[in-house]
Design a protein around this ligand. Structure first.
Ligand code: ADP
Ligand code: MG
Length: 240
């Protein structure tokens, strides 16, 4: 479903991604962790074309990521992304946030878009908030709206970039629950997160990045019990 082969990315002379290789099969869930500045966001932003990589190949559901706009748009339609900072449109009601891309990109009618939107709000447990504005919702509710909005496009893959890092502690679990449910339903997911409880219970593989490289990757059990590299051990000691 997702494949990165020998991917490099530079910001000017700064080498932000160094020879990234990662294969994600359909239905697999990958958790990416690592220190701040290690390239986690850059890597997943390259997967949906928010950043362009400089060398190597990225393919998503059989489409090779190229610089031409058509391919980028095609891939972005198949990849849902959820950010740390929700990124909802503040001047639109919750339901309108969910309808917009369906109308613009999928050319759905208002009624169809509203119907899909309401179903997804129900799925993330906040259909009662449909006619409120994002600013009237708690952080946890806003992040669930952001997840529902991404799901409205019926994505093949979901990317999460530290979706709970901006939340008050008491709201983290409601978002992780929605993500866990999505994982159980078989969604292919790459999640950048330091929620190691979530990683342990949901991830097929945990990837540890440092200084633009994938230092090691493994199944949760071996990753936590027996990390191969010193850098991984040091990182885990700090966050667990
Ligand atoms: P992480 O998500 O692991 O914290 P990032 O992928 O955001 O790390 O960043 C990796 C490195 O690339 C950092 O050193 C960051 O400063 C740099 N970087 C990220 N985005 C840009 C950009 N648009 N321009 C220049 N440098 C950037
Ligand atoms: Mg980041």
């Amino acid at each position: 479903m997702i494949s990165l082969k020998s991917v490099h990315k530079y910001f000017g002379t700064y080498h932000a991604l160094r020879n990234i290789n990662l294969d994600v099969e359909e239905g697999q869930k990958i958790v990416v962790c690592g220190p701040s500045g290690s390239g986690k966001s850059t890597m997943i932003r390259c997967v949906n074309g928010l950043e362009q990589h400089d060398e190597g190949d990225i393919t998503v559901n059989g489409h090779m990521m190229t610089t031409d706009e058509k391919t980028g748009n095609l891939i972005r339609q198949e990849v849902g992304m959820v950010f740390q900072s929700f990124n909802l449109f503040p001047h639109m009601k919750v339901i309108e946030n969910l309808m917009m891309a369906q109308r613009m990109v999928r050319k759905k009618t208002k009624a169809e878009a509203r119907d899909t939107g309401m179903k997804l709000l129900e799925r993330v447990g906040i259909s009662a908030q449909a006619d409120k504005f994002p600013g009237q919702l708690s952080g946890g509710q806003q992040q669930r709206v952001a997840i529902a909005r991404a799901l409205c496009m019926n994505p093949k893959v979901m990317l999460f970039d530290e979706p709970t890092s901006a939340l008050d502690p008491e709201m983290i679990s409601e978002v992780l629950e929605v993500m866990t449910e999505l994982a159980r339903e078989g969604m292919t997911m790459i999640c950048v997160t330091h929620e190691m409880g979530f990683a342990r219970s949901v991830a097929d593989r945990i990837v540890f990045m440092d200084e633009g490289e994938i230092v090691e990757a493994g199944e949760p059990e071996t990753f936590f019990a027996n990390p191969e590299h010193n850098r991984t051990r040091k990182f885990l000691d700090q966050i667990i």
